[in-house]
Design a protein around this ligand. Structure first.
Ligand code: ADP
Length: 492
């Protein structure tokens, strides 16, 4: 949610819903096929099993397209194509490689509107977010990494940077295009070739990206996109000619992948779950902090590994923050992802909606006090109101476990030591937020937080130059910046 959008929300106020008039984005300019095959060796090929699965629009529950299901044989074909392409691609002068990557970046910008609409149709996120965050940031990752392609010798002085080989990349459903960009751009800039698998509920923008790869004229086999569910991902992980696995997804699957690659020479980066603490001190700019809390947890329906899903409020400002927060929650509009006024779109899938509802039941059973936004929900599709729990205990499941939905658990604190202890007390360590007027508090906190990213007086700010990744069960390795490039290089 950009500042602009947050202001609009504030102006709406609690009792002015009657002013709201839907403004759905047109879908007439988008170009989607009814059936998508696999993108292997520069061509669209049917899956060897002949099987296809549906991708549906989570806001309407209607089918959008048939998507090919890749099995072990198809994955093998894709890996072979990537292996064949690796030699020539990695030996291409780096400035030539960069040109292809710049071309992809520019094509994303040219098709930004189409990509935004498809992302919202397939995944359920509000169009403002697809348009203002996902798509521009995806282009920015290609631009940023293209710029490094011919400067790697300078970036790593004294080393001889070499591409690793064939990268298997498995991405989740919460930021489908953006995660594809995070994975593809540095891998290609360093001279690797790729087999990428999007998540089964959100394959469309990765498949559209394959069309751009063709249009940008990348040599055949440099980028291969295979679709399917967990078993397709597993075939990639276990293929013996893959050199590097890059995975973003759940901690559960991350652990399976870790076990599968023990004893092999495969390198891995794993970006897994989170349960971030968003910490509000009494000297914080409270209105700004409330916006940061809203953005932290309800952005992208809460389907964000770095979501600020635990809120810690210093006791003296507890009542004030909660009052403002509840008022602000009541202004949020949940509904049609294609509507430009929508704040919270559709939950990505029926299964994820059930997971979120189960956690809400657990929270209530654990004795926490429940609050939800006053908005109405569409009658069809998978939707969930913005919710918050107060009066939670540190040991509660809704405090310890990642929900990946619009559910906020609120606690209070009296001292810096107490809040650091509580904030660090989950299995995760991906991100955190701190809101205070005092720079010294920020530095004290950031140095003691076991979190890969700590935002101060802001939240959910991303930049291709910033490394991103976690401690503990949030995974290992960093994506973004030079750290992200080094994950695709042998630096001898
Ligand atoms: P979620 O539980 O939130 O759906 P997952 O971690 O299951 O997240 O999914 C992230 C990505 O990992 C998806 O592309 C999914 O298909 C893939 N995946 C799921 N299971 C496996 C597995 N055993 N091995 C490799 N990839 C997998």
């Amino acid at each position: 949610m950009g500042k602009k959008d947050l202001n609009t929300g504030l102006k709406l106020g609690v009792d002015s819903k009657w002013q709201y008039s839907p403004a759905p984005e047109s879908t007439s300019h988008i170009n989607l096929k009814k059936k998508y095959d696999l993108f292997i060796d520069g061509k669209w090929v049917a899956p060897s099993s002949g099987k296809y699965f549906d991708t549906i629009n989570p806001a309407t529950e209607e089918k959008i397209a048939d998507i090919a299901e890749a099995n072990e044989k198809d994955v093998d074909k894709a890996v072979k194509a990537a292996r064949k392409a690796f030699g020539p691609w990695s030996k291409l002068p780096a400035k030539e490689r960069a040109k292809f990557i710049y071309r992809i970046a520019r094509l994303i910008q040219e098709r930004a509107r189409e990509f935004s609409v498809i992302e919202s149709l397939d995944g359920g996120k509000a169009i403002r977010e697809s348009r203002d965050v996902d798509v521009p940031l995806a282009a920015a990752h290609f631009f940023y990494n293209a710029g490094w392609a011919d400067k790697l010798d300078y970036a790593f002085p004294g080393k001889k940077p070499e591409a690793i080989g064939v990268a298997g990349q498995i991405i989740p459903w919460n930021f489908p295009l953006l995660m594809a960009a995070w994975k593809l751009a540095p891998a290609l800039a360093c001279g690797n070739t790729v087999v990428l698998k999007p998540a089964e509920t959100t394959p469309l923008t990765a498949l559209k990206l394959a069309e751009l790869v063709q249009e940008a004229g990348l040599p055949d086999g440099v980028v291969n996109i295979v679709t399917g569910a967990g078993s397709t991902g597993s075939s990639i992980v276990n293929h013996n000619d893959i050199d590097k696995i890059a995975f973003t997804g759940s901690t559960g699957v991350g652990k399976i992948i870790q076990k599968s690659i023990v004893g092999t020479n495969k390198r891995a980066t794993l970006e897994l779950g989170g349960k971030a603490a968003n910490i509000i001190f009494e000297d914080a700019p409270i209105d700004q902090a409330v916006e940061g809390i809203i953005n932290g947890i309800y952005f992208n329906q809460g389907h964000v590994c770095c979501a600020g899903s635990r809120l810690f409020i210093e006791e003296p400002v507890y009542d004030q923050v909660i009052r403002k927060l509840k008022d602000r929650i009541n202004t949020l509009i949940v509904g049609d992802p294609l509507d430009k006024n929508t704040d919270i779109g559709a939950i990505n899938s029926k299964a994820q909606l059930k997971t979120i509802k189960d956690y809400i039941k657990i929270g209530k059973k654990e004795g926490a006090e429940f609050f939800e936004g006053s908005c109405s929900l569409p009658s069809k599709g998978f939707f969930c109101k913005p919710t918050l729990f107060t009066g939670v205990a540190q040991s509660n499941k809704i405090v310890q476990e990642e929900i990946f939905g619009p559910v906020l658990a609120v606690q209070t604190f009296r001292s810096v030591d107490e809040v650091i202890k509580k904030a660090n007390n989950t299995p995760y360590g991906l991100s955190a937020g701190v809101w205070t007027d005092k720079g010294s508090k920020i530095f004290n906190l950031t140095s003691q937080m076991r979190a890969g990213v700590v935002w101060a007086n802001t939240y959910n700010k991303f930049d291709p130059a910033s490394p991103f990744g976690g401690y503990k069960e949030s995974g290992f390795g960093r994506e973004g910046g030079l750290h992200g490039l080094s994950a695709y290089l042998n630096l001898n």
